[in-house]
Design a protein around this ligand. Structure first.
Ligand code: SF4
Ligand code: SF4
Length: 324
């Protein structure tokens, strides 16, 4: 697809350390993989769910495709960098097996960058060479990749757990997955249709209805489900009652309320002061808890995220690592 996508964009992504995999996928080193290897500071998903940051691959099968153009998104969107393309265009898909192999190779290349690093934890680096988890969440909407269920299956066959993050605008793609992810996330980043159109800027008019359809089928998934909210100060932190109604419909296993981070291409659309601090996120979560009956069960101050659930503790996917 490089012949369909502007070389300027591909170059910009490579400069931002995206490792291209085939025609439409990519792996990028997560900040927390580095923090875990060098400073023994894992991500909040390790704290909450036992996903080891140093054994996690952050990837996307939909590098150039999404059904929304969220204000807060860190990805390069059509129109950024004076480059435009059709983000909903149906692409020729690479086979799932090839993507899986390409991702493992890209992760290996990322890790080889630590070989001469005297600050790295060598025990962890050795473990990192055997990844245990895939975050299908880097950028873009993964349900726009047709054989997504197969991709999940080939990762699972390699004994990798998967967390899939979707914007929920393709309910039929999610309900037809021939393999469920280990944990399914759907982003709900606006309380009602009016705000949704302004903040998430969908590419098609019925997207809000589609998102609501996804929330209605959420209880039918066997895997744990998460409603993920990216909170942007002065943009989507009001109308908590409306959010509570959406939560009621979806009845997720968890809610993650998380602050927007001023990084990547989002800096072209939002100012630094759009990031709420942890106190604001916590206050939002408290109000949501009052309205939904969910309880706050954990939080991460540095990632400005609060976890709510009806469970007392989250289910963990600890994967055999002996290290924190
Ligand atoms: S789970 Fe997410 S935040 Fe944690 S290391 Fe993987 S990609 Fe990074
Ligand atoms: S749905 Fe996700 S990838 Fe798409 S624009 Fe929004 S934040 Fe970015």
């Amino acid at each position: 697809m490089e012949n369909q996508i502007s070389p300027t964009l591909v170059q910009a992504l490579k400069k931002q350390k995206y490792h291209m995999v085939g025609k439409h996928s990519a792996v990028k080193k997560c900040k927390w993989l580095h923090e875990s290897l060098v400073h023994d500071r894992p991500c909040y998903k390790q704290k909450f769910y036992g996903i080891r940051s140093h054994q996690c691959i952050q990837m996307s099968p939909s590098l150039f495709s999404c059904s929304q153009q969220c204000l807060f998104c860190w990805r390069a969107q059509s129109g950024d960098l004076q480059v435009t393309w059709d983000e909903m265009k149906r692409l020729e898909w690479d086979p799932a097996e090839e993507i899986m192999r390409g991702c493992l190779k890209a992760q290996d290349a990322i890790l080889s960058g630590y070989n001469g690093n005297s600050k790295v934890n060598w025990g962890k680096l050795a473990e990192a060479r055997i990844p245990k988890h895939v975050a299908i969440s880097l950028t873009g909407e993964p349900t726009l990749y047709g054989p997504l269920g197969e991709l999940i299956r080939v990762f699972h066959n390699k004994r990798l757990t998967t967390f899939l993050v979707s914007n929920g605008t393709m309910p039929s793609k999610l309900s037809e997955l021939d393999e469920e992810p280990t944990q399914l996330y759907v982003s709900v980043c606006a309380p009602n249709e009016k705000e949704y159109k302004r903040v998430c800027r969908p590419h098609f008019p019925e997207a809000w209805n589609k998102l609501n359809e996804t929330l209605s089928i959420f209880p039918s998934f066997r895997c744990p489900t998460v409603i993920r909210m990216t909170l942007v100060r002065k943009h989507n932190m009001k109308s908590v009652k409306d959010y509570a109604q959406l939560i009621e419909k979806a009845s997720p296993t968890y809610i993650e309320a998380k602050a927007y981070m001023h990084i990547g291409f989002s800096t072209l659309r939002l100012g630094y002061d759009s990031m709420p601090d942890h106190k604001e996120v916590y206050a939002f979560a408290e109000r949501l808890a009052e309205l939904t009956g969910y309880r706050i069960i954990d939080e991460s101050f540095e990632s400005r995220v609060v976890l709510l659930s009806r469970r007392k503790k989250p289910l963990r996917f600890d994967n055999g690592s002996t290290m924190k």
